[in-house]
Write a protein that binds this ligand. Structure first.
Ligand SMILES: Cc1cc2nc3c(=O)[nH]c(=O)nc-3n(C[C@H](O)[C@H](O)[C@H](O)COP(=O)(O)O)c2cc1C
Length: 312
């Protein structure tokens, strides 16, 4: 794969292989792990612009970062241009020079509120949001889908509008909203958008191996790729994609545990690391029995001792 540095507005990013925002997963420890395995840029999970306005504690926790992580993007969702700009200016976003706007989320609650993928149906409002957010001085990027249904694909037109409104980079998930995360990725749509704009285009969808990443880049002509679910099963997928030296599953898991414990409480760490171990154990002999034991584990120590049995 052609791994190369990329610029997002004024910000130089190490390479063009990004970790996607993943609600419930891309916290500080997970992002730092993926970055250490070669990801050029990582993104927080989506946080509510309204939540930031009302100072929700939960929203602030989602935005923890430090210098060890390096440059990171924060993703926000919402539909009110002014509240979105205020979110970009919120103190909780101060450590994030890049703010991504979610225009792809298919979750019914979000869609019905006119947020996430609903903005694909309201391009004028989507433009207003980007224009307003640009005023904050952040580098604004947009992540969107190719449309709501296969019979109304909006990719090229939407990409041009986002560029015109001031987005510095766009990420295109090559599936429609109604397909959620299943089905083929539409390379042609991403390629058409890439040809229509000057800003960098990142292609997203279905990258689980080096061959997948190479194919997505080649077929779309995109400037880079974004990886989501593959990283949940194997954060070292970034080593494979970028040629970074890899580490064993046990070492990876111990690091993630340590960084999660350092930034989250014991209860969260236990629940979260149980969930992660269940992903990593997939495909291992006896996975079902290990998963049962993991879900009964009551502390990080217990989880670590099962991890040593599995991967030690
Ligand atoms: C559990 C889960 C959570 C996600 N959360 C977000 C999110 O917060 N923001 C976002 O833009 N996309 C989110 N996505 C979509 C992914 O970022 C990505 O676009 C999608 O999974 C396709 O990439 P993949 O085929 O590599 O998984 C989520 C996907 C999954 C499976």
């Amino acid at each position: 794969m052609q791994v190369k540095p990329i610029k997002i507005g004024e910000i130089a990013v190490h390479n063009n292989v990004f970790l996607a925002p993943l609600a419930g997963y891309t916290n500080y420890a997970f992002r730092r792990l993926c970055k250490s395995y070669g990801a050029g840029l990582c993104c927080t999970e989506m946080v509510s612009a309204k939540g930031l306005k009302y100072g929700s504690e939960n929203t602030k926790e989602l935005l923890y970062t430090d210098d060890k992580e390096g440059v990171c993007a924060a993703q926000i969702f919402g539909s009110d241009p002014e509240i979105m700009r205020m979110a970009c200016e919120n103190e909780a976003l101060a450590p994030f020079p890049i703010v991504d706007i979610n225009m792809g989320c298919p979750v019914p609650k979000i869609y019905k509120n006119g947020e996430g993928s609903a903005l694909l149906e309201n391009p004028i409002l989507a433009e207003k949001i980007v224009k307003e957010c640009v005023k904050s001085g952040k580098e604004i990027t947009v992540k969107f889908r190719i449309g709501i249904h296969a019979d109304n694909l909006i990719t090229e037109e939407f990409a041009k509008r986002m560029e015109g409104a001031g987005a510095r980079l766009i990420t295109i998930h090559g599936r429609t909203k109604d397909k959620v995360y299943a089905g083929e990725v539409n390379y042609k749509e991403i390629a058409a958008a890439k040809n229509a704009v000057q800003i960098p285009v990142i292609a997203n969808g279905g990258v689980f191996s080096l061959a997948d990443g190479e194919k997505l880049m080649k077929e779309t002509g995109a400037d880079g790729v974004m990886v989501a679910r593959a990283a949940l099963f194997e954060p070292q997928v970034f080593c494979v994609l970028t040629g970074t030296p890899t580490e064993s599953t046990l070492t990876m898991f111990e690091k993630q545990m340590a960084w999660t414990r350092a930034t989250c409480d014991e209860r969260f760490t236990t629940v979260f690391m149980r969930k992660m171990a269940a992903f990593y154990v997939k495909g291992t002999r006896g996975a079902a029995a290990y998963k049962d034991r993991l879900f009964q584990a009551q502390s990080p120590e217990e989880i670590l001792s099962i991890a040593k049995e599995i991967w030690g």
